[in-house]
Ligand binder design. Structure first.
Ligand code: F6P
Length: 549
């Protein structure tokens, strides 16, 4: 029993039933499941919006799915979901509502936090963003010298970078190709240097994105960017035309020297890693235009509505969350690969890493007790065909179980033509071939039948039984991107709810930040830092010697 009166997750009968069921299925191969049910390839599928989700190549039966849904019911996943959508403060350690879903709510929706409807403010900011984005795109907003803005540099980190940076790549073919849009996050000066070295300050707009406006990397880079601008213009008044801020903290924005008239606001009930459809998306909106941005929000909303209303049997985020639990907790899988078959999704998995690992990388329950079960998986992956020639070997024939999501599109982006368009079928042939190979493998008998010498047979045998989800859509559009992100947001939610952890705080990143601040004077001034361990002390001394200090 937990302190909050809940039965410990691993003592629930639904959990024990799943553990027993796992034993029963131990010798079942995906080949058996497909042989036993010829309709499995179409039966084990769901559709949400434009996303066709095939989960037939999972190590599950109807009974597995039933037991998993019972676990979800016993842990009241839908109860917590409803509390989230209602604006209750389900982020218990920060005492905050969790309302990224309000960012894409329709104008006439009513969602209250502390008795106040937040939807009008959401739309007021969206309207201001749209107006500003239109002015930059049309050339109506000019730099200090009257030159048109040709470059947008977003400075932010974590949730204030990964979302817009990822989405900008995903939607590149929808962007205004005359604008250069870059994203700077790393406090390594090389990042800002490379992003600005070929730009004209008079044509450059800096978008400073930080929920707290206290993040040291962002403030340091923003300060350097301001110096870079002022070195060229020499006039403090230039800042107002070349800097805008995206933040919840007007006071700190003003303190930095950005006019709050040039600030686009969001709220403490938007978590950093859930924020790119808030004001944090401004750089993206400038790149793709307000209409495309709103199409993306519609995509998010479509999946929100689905998650909120679809019954458990047809609820895709619930299903994906529970499948993850099945592997994490009952197959002892350590990681989860996300493998998009689209070049445009090159930053997609990096984005999901923060979404999933910062949300569910927790070791205590919501009431502070040590968990006795695995929580969030290590999320990793890169676009598929590149991965095939790098790490797929381990997925196919290694000793670790790595469940994977394969994401692909029937059509290449509209911009492609001729041979480049024709290459899409080859890309997708790989997409389909890989999940088949992973599921069904190649038996020793099949290998022998090819005349392979006996000593090579074990090497050329593929066990198969490697589980995958296939997500297929017609085309990669702004709406489809919104649908995909909302799908993963809610999947992460489901898992956090079952594990009874707070998916919306991130205390684990604090210690490193505090220590970095403490260590810096030791590097620069050779200051004695109390409490520095012997290894770190020696490393700092070596660093100073190498720097000639
Ligand atoms: O260090 C983690 C974190 O707090 C993330 O959760 C957040 O997205 C990132 O830092 C950036 O924070 P901010 O937007 O306040 O600069």
């Amino acid at each position: 029993m937990n302190a909050d009166g809940r039965t410990r997750l691993d003592q629930m009968p639904e959990w024990t039933a799943l553990a027993g069921h796992r034993e029963e299925l131990a010798d079942t191969h995906l080949r058996d499941l497909f042989d036993a049910d010829p309709a499995r390839g179409t039966g084990y599928t769901l559709q949400v919006g434009d996303l066709y989700v095939d989960y037939s190549k999972h190590l599950v039966t109807d009974e597995t799915l039933r037991l998993l849904r019972e676990l979800a019911a016993a842990t009241d996943v839908f109860g917590l979901r409803d509390a989230m959508f209602r604006g209750e403060k389900i982020n218990v350690t920060e005492d905050r509502a969790v309302l990224h879903t309000a960012l894409r709510a329709p104008r006439d929706a009513v969602i209250e936090v502390d008795g106040e409807n937040v939807v009008p403010a959401v739309h007021a900011v969206l309207d201001r963003m749209s107006d500003f984005a239109d002015r930059v795109r049309s050339g109506a907003w000019t730099g200090h010298t009257g030159k048109r803005i040709r470059n947008v540099v977003n400075i932010g980190i974590g949730g204030s970078d990964l979302g817009p940076a990822m989405a900008y790549e995903v939607l590149r073919s929808f962007t205004d190709r005359d604008l250069t849009v870059r994203f700077v996050s790393n406090v390594d000066g090389a990042d800002l240097h490379e992003a600005t070295r070929d730009l004209d300050p008079a044509e450059t707009l800096f978008v400073i994105a930080s929920k707290t406006f206290t993040t040291i990397e962002t403030i340091t880079n923003a300060t350097s960017a301001r110096k870079w601008l002022l070195a060229a213009s020499g006039d403090e008044a230039a800042v107002a035309k070349h800097f805008v801020a995206l933040s919840t903290n007007a006071e700190k924005v003003a303190e930095f020297g950005i006019d709050t008239a040039n600030m686009f606001e969001f709220w403490d009930w938007v978590g950093g890693r859930y924020s790119y459809d808030s004001a944090i998306g401004l750089s993206l909106m400038i790149a793709i235009g307000p209409d495309r941005f709103r199409e993306m929000l519609d995509g998010f909303r479509l999946v929100d509505d689905h998650f909120r209303t679809a019954p458990a049997e047809a609820n895709v985020p619930l299903l994906l969350g529970l499948l993850g639990i099945w592997y994490d907790n009952f197959h002892d899988a350590q990681s989860h690969a996300v493998l998009p078959y689209s070049h445009y999704l090159s930053r997609f998995t990096a984005y999901l890493q923060q979404l999933d690992m910062e949300s569910n990388g927790k070791h205590v329950t919501r009431d502070g007790e040590q968990v006795g079960w695995q929580t969030g998986p290590v999320v990793w992956g890169t676009p598929g065909t590149n991965g095939q020639h790098a790490y797929y070997q381990l997925i196919h024939q290694g000793t670790k179980l790595i469940p994977a999501d394969f994401i692909g599109f029937a059509e290449p982006v509209a911009e492609l033509s001729g041979e480049l368009k024709a290459q899409h079928d080859l890309l997708m042939a790989n997409f389909f071939a890989q999940t088949q190979a992973l599921a069904f493998g190649k038996t020793a008998e099949e290998v022998r039948a090819e005349g392979v010498p006996e000593e090579l047979v074990p090497h050329k045998t593929f066990q198969g039984n490697r589980p995958t989800t296939t997500i297929l859509a017609r085309a990669l559009t702004p709406s489809v991107l919104g649908q995909l992100i909302a799908l993963y947001e809610h999947k992460v939610f489901v898992q956090g709810a079952v594990w009874n952890i707070d998916s919306f705080d991130q205390w684990g990143v604090e210690l490193g930040k505090v220590l970095a601040k403490r260590v810096e004077p030791a590097l620069t001034e050779g200051a004695e830092v109390p409490g520095l361990d012997a290894s770190t002390k020696a490393l700092v001394a070596r660093y100073r010697t190498l720097r000639g200090r």
